[in-house]
Design a protein around this ligand. Sequence first.
Ligand code: ATP
Ligand code: LTN
Length: 332
Amino acid sequence: MSIKRVLSGIQPTSDSFHLGNYLGALKQWVALQDGHDAFYCIVDLHALTMETEPALMRKRTLASAAQLIALGISTDKSTLFVQSQVPQHNQLGWLMECMAGFGEANRMTQFKDKSSKTGADSVRVGLFTYPMLQAADILLYQADLVPVGEDQRQHIELTRDLAGRFNTRYGQTFTIPDGYILKTAAKINDLQEPTAKMSKSSGSAAGVIEILDSPEVNAKKIKSSMTDTGSEVRFNEKEKPGISNLLTIHSALSGATIAALENEFAGKGYGDFKGVVADVVVEYLAPIRSRALELLEDEKHLIDLLHKGAAKARTVAAGTLETAYKNLGTVA
Ligand code: ATP
Ligand code: LTN
């Protein structure tokens, strides 16, 4: 059995990834590099579907790369690259737009959600065609598996439909990918609003643990996280959303089970528990942050690593695009 190909992407839309991104998605990326042929893409072209600022775009793209490497993506094991450095994404993106029906694209809930927030007049056409570019990201690499969060299920289904339609109409061209949606991936909530997910766009600054924040800031955020009623450290998302969230975080980072943690903190108060969670988080994130900051100090080296990834990605992508064009009957 040949080794499976994995592809995933993340938008460079924040100065730092947060703990939710790491525990919900990026930790899986790191795990999948072993035993798979992994391609990981910083999807800067997708980020253009919302308002961007050039200096921030550059800074965030490099910060994303540095963090991915710092948290364990190895540029020897995996192919890590920036989407805009591989022009085949746009080229296959167009072919996918020509395969997709308008009604089909119009049913994408991410588009409906994001466009209703932006308002119909300022929504960009690129936000509408976003899923077809995402399909191209995946199909160019003949990916077998696509690790993503539950929110991306519909886009993966669309990708499968478009690939199948193309193959049926023009001959075998693309591998039909499977989504790799982990039910067990931790869902991390906002520290101040523990019933809402930790999120870079809608979260409160005090409720989001950023990988690039200083240990002091992150420890303080945990210690001043929302306090539930009662005094017992118990997992109960309805009655104790704040403590349950902290238990999830501790467990995901330390590997201890929730039950073991409940035992360990039996008879102790919220204050003691928060102090320990703060230590666990800081101890885990501090080396990742230092490594990321170190990588950002040598921009040239970081950019070289990304160029190396893009060169490898272009070779694979060019092969798929050539087959697609040939099967479509274009004159070479
Ligand atoms: P936005 O606020 O713009 O929606 P986000 O902070 O939710 O952004 P995304 O860029 O949408 O982050 O997500 C990147 C990856 O991180 C996705 O695979 C998503 O499922 C995962 N993720 C994001 N937030 C969380 C969270 N709170 N818990 C677990 N996983 C998360
Ligand atoms: N839409 C995804 C990001 C994304 C992606 C991809 C994920 C763009 N291209 C290809 C997997 C495969 C998101 O918003 N998380």
